[in-house]
Design a protein around this ligand. Structure first.
Ligand code: HEC
Ligand code: HEC
Length: 294
């Protein structure tokens, strides 16, 4: 009787082990899956004005270079240099490190743990843009263009809105998200409220010219993850458009406190500190999807 039982157990363990081994091999070989996506019918024109416009977006409002260059190059980008988008910016995540792609060649760089491969290989699938890209972007120093820039291209909304588990939960542009950043586990960055609330809006008392001048001046908080350098090269019209859009928002009364705060207070922060969240994982969740830029 006992012998039969032992045999059954041995067989079951054998089956389970074979299953696990097969899963391991499958993940090792197949985690970097290729996903088909239906791209909008875009054509790249060799027209110098179109190329110049792309360069403006990449190194300006869309700040692609801040992710598609290593973090060490941020000062170069802030100075206005335009190095090629060779990628290799490391994003340390709880399940391994992923690297931004080298946009000048095809290379796969991610360094993932077993859990990371499981997530990428089996669990996660790309979701694509939340709505179809615009065929024509709004132009001029208008509220419409400002809304397009602040939400889709420069993605101000992603940092300046509170989030939980990646989802935007707070009133749009009212700030208050607590963001970890590299090299400091004791403090968080808290992007301020950008709505025109007279008491709590950070720019409530700023004129349009003050806003433009503030953006020309670049970062004032050295620890910040806001790509001030990139935005400092936005055209006057684009900055004015963003200002006019932010001014058109409903005021939200929300005091977000100083931009740098001790990490201690809420349980939410304690949880994120355990999972080793850094500014990179925040930025990755927060920053714009290239597919939304037209
Ligand atoms: C918040 C950081 C971040 C920003 C900003 C960013 N990227 Fe990326 N990008 C990444 C990462 C990380 C990957 C690698 C993703 C992967 O391999 O799954 C990537 C991958 C890509 C890829 C390769 C996709 C593929 O299928 O191989 C392209 C193309 C790209 N980015 C273009 C852009 C453009 C253009 C912009 C600006 C409009 C931009 N990115 C802005 C982080 C960023
Ligand atoms: C990657 C996250 C991120 C993005 C994207 C971002 N911000 Fe910020 N922003 C911050 C953080 C963090 C601070 C607080 C630290 C600082 O002043 O840099 C901040 C501060 C500010 C301030 C206050 C500056 C001051 O001197 O008091 C303004 C105004 C602002 N952001 C506007 C914008 C606008 C407009 C955009 C889009 C064009 C934008 N931000 C995009 C994270 C971000």
């Amino acid at each position: 009787m006992i012998r039969v039982l032992v045999r059954v157990v041995v067989i079951l363990v054998g089956i389970a082990a074979t299953g696990v081994a097969a899963l391991l091999v499958a993940l090792q070989l197949g985690w970097a899956r290729h996903h088909e996506a239906t791209a909008p019918p875009l054509r790249a024109l060799p027209d110098p004005t179109v190329i110049e416009r792309g360069r403006y977006l990449v190194y300006g409002p869309a700040a692609c270079a801040y992710c598609h260059r290593p973090k060490a190059d941020w000062p170069r980008l802030a100075r206005g240099e335009m190095p090629p988008l060779s990628g290799n910016h490391e994003f340390p995540l709880p399940f391994g490190a992923i690297f931004s792609s080298n946009l000048t060649s095809q290379t796969q760089l991610h360094r993932l743990t077993f859990l990371g491969r499981l997530l990428l290989g089996v669990v996660m699938t790309p979701s694509g843009p939340s709505r179809p890209p615009l065929e024509m972007s709004p132009t001029g120093a208008t509220v419409a263009r400002g809304g397009y820039l602040a939400n889709d291209v420069a993605s101000c909304v992603s940092c300046h809105t509170d989030r939980q588990r990646g989802e935007l939960v707070g009133p749009r542009f009212a700030g208050g998200q607590r963001m970890d950043f590299a090299g400091d586990t004791t403090r968080v960055l808290v992007p301020p409220n950008l709505t025109p609330d007279p008491a709590t809006g950070r720019m409530a008392s700023w004129s349009e010219d003050t806003f433009v001048a503030r953006f020309r001046n670049g970062a004032s908080t050295p620890e910040t993850i806001m790509p001030w350098g990139a935005y400092s090269r936005m055209t006057d019209d684009d900055l004015r458009a963003v200002y006019r859009y932010l001014r058109s928002l409903p005021p939200v009364h929300r005091d977000t406190g100083p931009s740098l705060q001790p990490k201690s207070c809420t349980c939410r922060t304690r949880r994120t500190s355990r999972t080793r969240r850094t500014y990179e994982s925040n930025a990755l969740i927060a920053l714009p999807l290239p597919s939304r830029v037209t």
